[in-house]
Design a protein around this ligand. Structure first.
Ligand code: FEO
Length: 396
């Protein structure tokens, strides 16, 4: 139901406590999420974004119960992905006269999703929607942040930037504002969200933030479409994005692997020990990919200055959990990170060369040809892995 945000702006979204996977099965949401929709009640009454389709009926019923449905003058669809546009069909079934403001790409996407010819009004950067009472919405296209249709809307007077997906995080909370939630959880989810969704668009993040900062607009709040509204020092998340979009790395190494009979896993443990002994300040994380969450692993890759990728050889190739994360890393296009491969083998032994080629294709800076161990690693092989870890620490 309606929650007060500022002046005549309210939140009318949905807190989804049950969401455990997002983007189909691609993104784990350990903390649920929210679909933030906002209503502005000035001389004009405007809805900004809606909610995911399963909650469409409830969402529009709530608008009606709050006396808003009949009052709306327009809906701003900042992004066509269905977690934000999913209630448009129900909304427009009950208010077919309602104009829909979105980018030209938004029209294409919305028509592609819903096959409806709604009363679309395309907007471009700098276009305005007059709200009355001396206030207006100014639109800013944000193509590929993270879809071609994405846009922001800036509300003058109250100085609120409605940023849609940008600056969001998957965090279910009734607390609405950034200063009212656990800060460790908040920042963990913000980083995971950036790492898993926005990394490929980092150069665009930089140029869009530079463009918006150059406007020198006051920003009292950043009202995202997922998670909290940034009202306490709202630009802290913008500054964090500026860090994250420029080949971000910490003094951290992530070891990603999977194992059939724990041989490759034993190498991973020795590699971690070697790195730690050679460089005690470096945080080393080991992710066994078939057992733990891949999105958490990718968040660790994002934070790392280097990775080690391991698999035994299976049928002249690699294990499927390792192949899956390679596919993700290829798409995410991490930059400025070093890497090498490792793995055990019994006879043909292709995995390390397969992994090395994959690391090259993903854009990692591979430091050498990696580490191989025959059969289950014996004491000499484990010592070689430990020494390799120590040497690796010196190369990154
Ligand atoms: Fe939250 Fe791109 O949808």
């Amino acid at each position: 139901m309606k929650k007060h945000v500022a002046a005549n702006v309210s939140w009318v979204g949905k807190v989804d406590w049950e969401l455990s996977k997002f983007h189909g099965d691609e993104y784990s949401t350990h903390k649920g999420s929210t679909y933030n929709s906002y209503v502005i009640e000035e001389e004009k009454t405007v809805l900004i974004d809606t909610v995911w389709a399963p909650y469409a009926q409830e969402f529009v019923d709530n608008l009606e119960a709050e006396g808003l449905l009949a009052k709306l003058d327009a809906v701003i669809a900042q992004h066509a992905e269905t977690d934000h546009s999913g209630a448009l069909p129900e909304l427009l079934r009950r208010r077919p006269d309602l104009p829909v403001y979105c980018t030209a790409n938004g029209i294409k996407s919305l028509k592609g999703h819903y096959h409806q010819d709604w009363d679309f009004h395309p907007v471009k950067t700098g276009d305005e929607f007059m709200l009355g009472n001396g206030k207006k919405l100014v639109f800013v296209e944000a193509p590929m942040l993270h879809w071609p249709d994405s846009m922001f809307s800036y509300m003058t007077g109250d100085a609120i930037l409605f940023s849609n997906d940008a600056f969001g995080q998957h965090l279910a909370t009734e607390r609405l504002f950034n200063d009212r939630v656990d800060q460790d959880v908040l920042w963990t989810e913000c980083l995971k969200y950036y790492a898993n969704i926005l990394t490929p668009f980092s150069s665009l993040v930089k140029s869009k933030i530079d463009q918006v900062l150059a406007l020198n607009l006051p920003v009292a709040m950043i009202a995202t479409s997922h998670g909290v509204i940034w009202r306490d020092n709202p630009t802290q998340i913008v500054l964090k994005y500026l860090e994250w979009c420029q080949e971000y790395k910490e003094d951290r190494v992530t070891i990603l692997c999977d194992s059939m009979w724990n041989g490759t896993r034993a190498l991973a443990d020795e590699l971690a020990r070697g790195i730690s002994d050679a460089s005690p300040g470096t945080t080393v994380m080991v992710h066994c990919l078939s057992k733990f969450d891949k999105n958490d692993a990718l968040a660790d890759v994002f934070r790392s200055k280097a990775i080690l990728l391991g698999s035994p050889t299976v049928n002249k190739g690699i294990l499927t959990a390792v192949a899956a994360i390679i596919e993700e890393m290829k798409g995410l296009r991490f930059r400025g990170k070093k890497a090498a491969a490792f793995g055990t083998y019994g006879w043909s032994g292709e995995s390390v060369s397969v992994l090395s080629a994959a690391l090259d294709a993903c854009g990692f800076e591979r430091v050498d040809d990696g580490l191989k161990a025959l059969w289950n690693p014996d004491a000499d092989s484990l010592k070689a892995a430990y020494d390799y870890g120590k040497a690796f620490a010196g190369k990154i």
